[in-house]
Design a protein around this ligand. Structure first.
Ligand SMILES: *Cc1c(COP(=O)(O)O)cnc(C)c1O
Length: 404
């Protein structure tokens, strides 16, 4: 019998095919080797697993349900559309799935502080929450532009007891926040753990974050079966770094299910107007790992943009680069306008306000559903709720009248 895919990737050096690895300054090689060693131990430790299960069930609100989007399905007139409700996680997105586990890992490593970057503020809020729960200090780095755009999440982090550090260089968004957070970590690694917010960064983070998020896929497989008595035909998720997508893909990767990642097309095809790394990028190393990235004329990470602050990242998790290179996953695009349209449609037809990031997956699912017969099914990973986006959306777009 063939080994399950997840046991075969990455290899022991953290490579998914040719993508991944750990490109670290020499001083960080030892701390990262320690993280890797501790994780391998905890992964098979029944006590750690029990504690994580307990936290997920009694604190986070897992399992999150799968909802049939009946009205949206009728509106599109084709395949049946289902939603995996990661928006119902405590703190409103899938990110708590890996943050709780990362802070548990930090505790086991004897650290007293966690450090991270954040884009939309979702990872920051989730990590600040996990740090509060487990009693660790928390320092979050965030681009100044995102601080202005995602005000409610900034306030939430502060209320939760985290220190918020603005990244003031360059475009002042997610990439700069990563640089800033990594800089501080380099100086404080003995007492802190850098908690990466997606399936990116040096090995073992892409593997660990995938493993922590795979609960989404395993739950989905069982729950979808309850609804339909079969597996979904298509599974769709938005891709920034790719953690919510890897999480739900993990449940279906050995099955005959089409896996589709949706990248942000932003305002257009020109470099700087989008963040569609897999679609327009090329191989390169940034932030400590080899993957597909968007480069500027000098070969540096290019400026990127998307209306979804959590998905405007110039690279992508190495496992996504690998899976799309071997044809196991498909990559599709969704622009700002389509995402906002899906944001309003899901709100008005289903009573669910999605995050603008998640709305990218919804938008592509709506397009696909229309082309399929009614006996086909689509499962969307609804990665988060849109409360954080409501002010930005009503300030910049007219609320349409979808229903009547
Ligand atoms: C952070 C975020 C994303 C993007 O991150 P991935 O690692 O690509 O999943 C998507 N949706 C929401 C709601 C987020 O907060």
């Amino acid at each position: 019998m063939q080994k399950p895919y997840l046991e075969t990737q990455p290899n022991e050096n953290g490579y998914f095919g040719k993508y991944g690895g750990a490109f670290l300054p020499p001083m960080l090689e030892e701390p990262f080797a320690q993280i890797q060693k501790e994780y391998q131990k905890l992964k098979n430790d029944p006590e750690f697993i029990e504690e994580l299960k307990y936290v997920r069930k009694h604190y986070q609100g897992r399992p999150t349900p799968i909802s049939f989007a009946k009205n949206l399905t009728e509106h599109c007139g084709g395949a049946k559309i289902y939603l995996k409700r990661e928006d119902l996680n405590h703190t409103g997105a899938h990110k708590l799935n890996h943050c709780m586990a990362e802070v548990m890992l930090a505790k086991h490593l004897g650290k007293k502080k966690v450090i991270a970057e954040t884009g939309a503020g979702q990872h920051g809020v989730a990590l600040a929450t996990a740090a509060a729960y487990f009693g660790l200090e928390c320092e979050i780095h965030m681009g100044e532009v995102d601080i202005a755009k995602e005000h409610p999440n900034v306030v939430r982090m502060k209320i939760l007891g985290a220190k918020v550090v603005p990244a003031t260089h360059g475009l002042k968004t997610l990439k700069e926040a990563v640089d800033s957070a990594f800089g501080v970590y380099m100086e404080t690694y003995e007492e802190s753990l850098f908690c990466i917010g997606s399936v990116v960064g040096p090995h073992p983070f892409p593997m660990m974050i995938r493993d922590f998020q795979s609960v989404v896929g395993y739950e989905s497989k069982e729950q979808f079966f309850e609804h339909e008595g079969k597996l979904p035909d298509h599974v769709i998720a938005c891709i920034g770094g790719g953690s919510n997508a890897m999480g739900i893909f993990a449940g279906f990767i050995d099955d005959d299910v089409e896996l589709i990642g949706v990248e942000p097309m932003g305002k257009g095809e020109k470099l700087g107007e989008h963040a569609a790394s897999l679609t327009y990028g090329e191989e390169g190393v940034m932030h400590g790992f080899n993957s597909i990235m968007l480069k500027d004329a000098e070969g540096e990470p290019a400026p990127v943009y998307s209306i979804g602050s959590g998905i405007d990242y110039p690279s992508v998790g190495p496992e996504h680069a690998y899976l799309s290179s071997i044809g196991r996953t498909k990559v599709r695009l969704c622009n700002d306008e389509e995402s906002v349209d899906a944001f309003f449609k899901l709100s008005q037809l289903e009573g669910i306000i999605p995050a603008l990031e998640s709305a990218h997956a919804v938008a592509y699912a709506m397009k696909l559903a229309k082309t399929l017969p009614s006996d086909k099914t689509i499962l969307i990973n609804l990665s988060g709720r849109g409360d954080k986006d409501i002010d930005f959306v009503v300030d910049n777009y007219e609320v349409p009248d979808t229903k009547f």
